[in-house]
Write a protein that binds this ligand. Structure first.
Ligand code: HEM
Length: 215
């Protein structure tokens, strides 16, 4: 039988492809968008990580979610540095969530409050993605908009405290495999991962509408 981490990965594969190939992501990775689109996307991430990380302190002692909560993953401070670079010192004054982002953050908060294993599904979907495909986005952003390598503007993608991402991801998958949950609960977590991907795709869709290509 497949391990839980393999199950999650396989179950969300189709949606991963969908997110990766969304119009907004394709345009971003294709270097076809202006820096304002990237700033708007970074701003949306702020709301998602605010929800994930406000809950992290409390969930650190939770038997299910606790082992996943690691300080070296925390992204909010990096997002804030990036936004200050992208939008200026007063970035907070103009911060606004798209409805799709609001829905995403709300679902994260709900899980954090009521269902720690569901929170893990959201945690996995974001942080393991950031450690993987995030690096491709960083590379492209640096080249497209001229950010310094691993510098201001792309700090969100730089995990200073994780020297070996591959090893970190391996350990993370072992944690997933060690979750003490019955099959039904595991199925629910898998379904929540799919929801997490769908919520990301929803944000991409909204961003795609806001930044259509004129060409
Ligand atoms: C253009 C956008 C993206 C690219 C190029 C990309 C690319 C990748 C790559 C190369 C991997 C590594 C697979 C491996 O370890 O063999 C990966 C893993 C992953 N990505 Fe993405 N990705 C993108 C978007 C996303 C999005 C939007 C999400 C969800 C929010 C996401 C979530 C994940 C997750 C959770 C993993 C870990 C899978 C696992 O090993 O369990 N990715 N991605």
């Amino acid at each position: 039988m497949d391990s839980f981490s393999t199950l999650i990965r396989t179950a969300s594969h189709a949606q991963h492809v969908e997110a990766e190939t969304s119009t907004f992501m394709s345009d971003l990775l294709g270097g076809r968008l202006g820096v304002e689109a990237y700033a708007r996307y970074t701003e949306q991430l702020w709301f998602v990580y605010e929800a994930l990380e406000t809950a992290a302190g409390r969930l650190a002692s939770d038997p299910v979610a606790g082992p996943f909560v690691r300080p070296e993953l925390l992204r909010l401070a990096s997002l804030e540095a990036d936004l200050a670079h992208l939008r200026g010192a007063r970035w907070r004054a103009s911060l606004s969530a798209l409805p799709a982002t609001e829905a995403y953050a709300e679902r994260v908060r709900e899980c954090a409050e009521r269902w720690p294993a569901g929170y893990v599904a959201h945690h996995y979907t974001r942080y393991l993605g950031d450690l993987s495909g995030g690096q491709i986005i960083r590379d492209k952003a640096e080249r497209t908009w001229g950010f310094a390598r691993k510098g201001d503007g792309v700090r969100f993608y730089v995990f200073e405290g994780i020297a070996n991402p591959a090893a970190f991801k391996r350990e993370y998958r072992e944690l997933l495999d060690g979750i003490r949950a019955d099959d039904l609960e595991k199925q629910r977590v898998v379904a929540e991962c799919r929801t997490a991907f769908a919520l990301n795709t929803g944000v991409f869709r909204a961003l795609g509408e806001e930044f259509p290509l004129s060409a």
